[in-house]
Design a protein around this ligand. Sequence first.
Ligand code: FAD
Length: 395
Amino acid sequence: MDFTFTEEQDKFRQEVKDFLAKQLPADWLTGGAPEEETDEWWEFTKKFLLAMADKGWLSLTWPKEYGGQERPLWEDAILGEELAYARAPGMDYWYRWKMISALLLNFGNDEQKRKHLPGIASGEVHWAQGFSEPEAGSDLGATKVRAEDKGDHWLVNGQKIWTTGAHRSNWCFAPMMTDPDAEKRSRRLSMLLIDMSTPGITVNVMESMEGASHVCETFFDDVRVPKENLVGERGRGWLAAMALVNIERSGTGFASLPQRVLEQLVQYANETKCNGVPLAQDLVIRSKLAQIAIEIEVCRMLAYRTAWVQNTGQDVTSVGAMIKLFGSEMMQRISNTGLQIMGPYGQLEPGSKRTQIAGLIERDYLWNVSMTIAGGTSEIQRIIISTIGLGLPRM
Ligand SMILES: Cc1cc2nc3c(=O)[nH]c(=O)nc-3n(C[C@H](O)[C@H](O)[C@H](O)COP(=O)(O)OP(=O)(O)OC[C@H]3O[C@@H](n4cnc5c(N)ncnc54)[C@H](O)[C@@H]3O)c2cc1C
């Protein structure tokens, strides 16, 4: 097996690294993650995303006829890897960019592509993903938010939840219940594009346990959505949603972000002494770091395999579930190990006087709890792998 990148791919990776070094403050590269989504952070993130757009990286793989560069998917994988390694701002917005562009390119009509793709490529229009509801998360087929056909418009009522970034977003893509009487559950939903400035939409920001304020509740109260905002066929929203979650789940960032944490922990172990002896001389700590290194390597191989499956146009559902499951559970194990290695220092928040590694271990430990939930829980990924991957009968 040969996993070597080509000269051109290496060149592209270096270009991304140089871009990140230029765009992000030096302390960012040593781990200065945003404490939470403050307005200041958002302004910085918007500028960063505009700079990405200037490079053409928000439309890197799109067909040229839609303003893209038609670059191979491998470059997108490299970009994702480097962005995650650098903990670039707005990564979740970038993922939603990928989802909305895939939705429009694969299911949208010409008018929708003409209207929405330029704003996505230019980094000026931000999108939220409105899939989950209080009683429809793992089971998207249970979606209840109703979009009634009123002739010239859809009338939308109900509540979505966990709509990340809805308070910053201009638009939202969301499956809605348009056909409650359809025999098949999967044919009851349709995918709609919703302008977030439409009267009747209320967004409440919720604070998550690591202190960030970016997940939202989104309420729709008699919201009029133009008929032409239906993407793809009516009653095919579930199908479109499933294609998009595959994109959400398959990312090279699952291995590269933890790689950065490992490097920081190695440095910490080399530089920190306990009773006059560097932690790096402690056999237990060395073993823990070695274990992390092995897991990250396994994760990287899974990530590359997923990228390869995507590149060859094969179904990514099962392998995407594998990388999502392995990567997210591994991230929890790593931050747990980080806490053990750093002891009480690991519990200090970013910004605390004696904090180490910019407080990232504390923050990651809390944040990574959500990694095995967001984008589909671990239980759901195991169900997908067992049915689609192994061909076991559905239960
Ligand atoms: C930080 C964060 C950001 C998010 N961002 C977004 C976003 O931007 N847009 C969006 O639409 N959603 C978002 N989500 C929502 C996320 O997709 C859902 O939380 C997830 O799909 C799980 O749904 P649920 O919370 O309703 O849990 P439930 O589906 O109610 O699951 C509860 C528990 O039951 C288990 N379970 C459920 N069904 C089964 C089954 N059949 N077999 C075995 N076990 C089962 C689950 O694994 C879980 O442990 C986000 C979530 C988080 C935490």
